[in-house]
Design a protein around this ligand. Structure first.
Ligand SMILES: [Fe+2]
Ligand SMILES: [Fe+2]
Length: 404
């Protein structure tokens, strides 16, 4: 019998190396999008980023499921400082538009090409699980590129994109197999990323710097006013997405399961915001006319990640159900099917968010050096939520300092 030499260029060892690179790039992209979500001012960007980061989480999950079959531990650094530099630098964009252009017009097109090439070059039957993962990831990535093509159109590549392209070339491309270019000097446009402690909004919005309270606390006995109020509040739920995104950014050492759940949590809140936007439009109203209470984000952001997570999941989210159930009954009684459907789906998501809180709070507490029984921490944090949020005060540390 003769020895058959296979034509496939991706053997198993190379497959592992490549999957580690892809997993790393997808994961870092997810983290960069989360980090920037509160800092990006344009609402359309925020809504898109929520979806993208959740889809990146699906990609990491698919790659993780394959990687854990071929190596232990499944998550490994790519073992290529140049690739790590590329992803470490991609966050330091001068503005949100450049950031997205860098990711979606430099990194992603190269990644998509690598996935397509990989599909041709791996052993089709023996490595079928990888092919399945790549096939499904590609469906999303093609949509991401289409989004970028529509968003950035014929705009020429800016200085930031050229810098990332040089860093990518320095890493030998996505696969690392291309001839490596010299390491580029940092782009003059580079701005070291800083944790966003305020939530940015574009100039269409007015900002409300106090707590509104829910419809009941505003004594809206009129059903129509209460209904409008509820969906105006939905259109502000970007604030919850921004807090989840900040918690993700502040918690780089949490297990993958937390990042995966939080990506969904963040995406859900952007969808709840969109649900409010769509409801208002369906009723002839423009969502940008609703003032955005960005102080809520700023108030939460003064606390450590575990406290923020507890304020959100055990304060706001756990306490929203009686109000929502009342709304649902009201909409059903009035034959308002649209509002009833929106609230029903929202409640299904929110039940998951409260469950995420229960699941991850102990680990997040440990990572934030909070050493007390979980139940006590929840009790104290909900009391803080009552005192500072439900009261409508939303105190900020700078103001407390100025007053003393
Ligand atoms: Fe929500
Ligand atoms: Fe939620």
């Amino acid at each position: 019998m003769r020895i058959v030499q296979p034509a496939e260029q991706v053997d198993m060892a190379r497959n592992k190396r490549l999957l580690n690179r892809y997993r790393f790039i997808e994961y870092e992209t997810l983290r960069i999008l989360a980090a920037w979500l509160p800092a990006a001012a344009r609402m359309e960007f925020k809504l898109a980023m929520g979806r993208f980061l959740w889809e990146e989480a699906q990609h990491v999950q698919l790659l993780y499921q394959r990687l854990r079959e071929v190596q232990t531990p499944a998550f490994r650094p790519p073992d290529d400082p140049a690739l790590e530099t590329l992803m470490a630098e991609a966050i330091n964009a001068p503005d949100a538009r450049s950031l997205l252009a860098g990711i979606f017009r430099v990194i992603k097109p190269a990644l998509l090409n690598a996935y397509r090439w990989h599909r041709q070059q791996t052993f089709a039957n023996p490595d079928a699980p990888t092919l399945y993962a790549l096939k499904h990831i590609l469906l999303d990535e093609e949509e991401h590129l289409a989004w970028a093509a529509a968003e950035f159109g014929g705009q020429p590549a800016g200085e930031w994109e050229l810098y990332l392209a040089r860093l990518l070339a320095h890493a030998g491309g996505i696969t690392g197999a291309e001839a490596r270019a010299a390491k580029p000097a940092p782009a003059p446009a580079r701005v070291p990323f800083q944790t966003p402690l305020t939530a940015a909004r574009d100039c269409r919005f007015t900002l409300l710097q106090r707590h509104w309270g829910d419809a009941d606390s505003r004594r809206q006995s009129d059903a129509a006013a209460r209904r409008l109020d509820e969906f105006e509040n939905y259109s502000q739920e970007m604030l919850a997405a921004e807090t989840v995104a900040l918690i993700m950014h502040l918690s780089p050492n949490m297990p993958w399961g937390f990042v995966y759940d939080s990506a969904r949590h963040c995406y859900d809140e952007t969808r709840h915001c969109l649900l409010g936007i769509e409801w208002l439009r369906q009723h002839g109203l423009e969502y940008t006319a609703v003032p955005q209470n960005t102080r809520i984000y700023q108030w939460r952001a003064q606390y450590d990640a575990a406290t923020q997570y507890c304020l959100l999941t055990r304060g706001n989210e756990a306490h929203a159900f009686p109000h929502r159930r009342r709304s649902l009954a009201q909409y059903q009684a009035a034959g308002d099917r649209l509002s009833a459907q929106y609230v029903s789906y929202d409640m299904a998501d929110e039940r998951q968010h409260v469950a995420y809180g229960t699941k991850w709070l102990p680990t997040l507490m440990a990572q934030n050096n909070i050493d007390m029984p979980v139940e006590q921490f929840i009790e104290e944090t909900v009391a803080l939520w009552q005192r500072e949020y439900v009261s409508g005060d939303l105190p900020l540390p700078a103001e407390a300092g100025a007053a003393s």
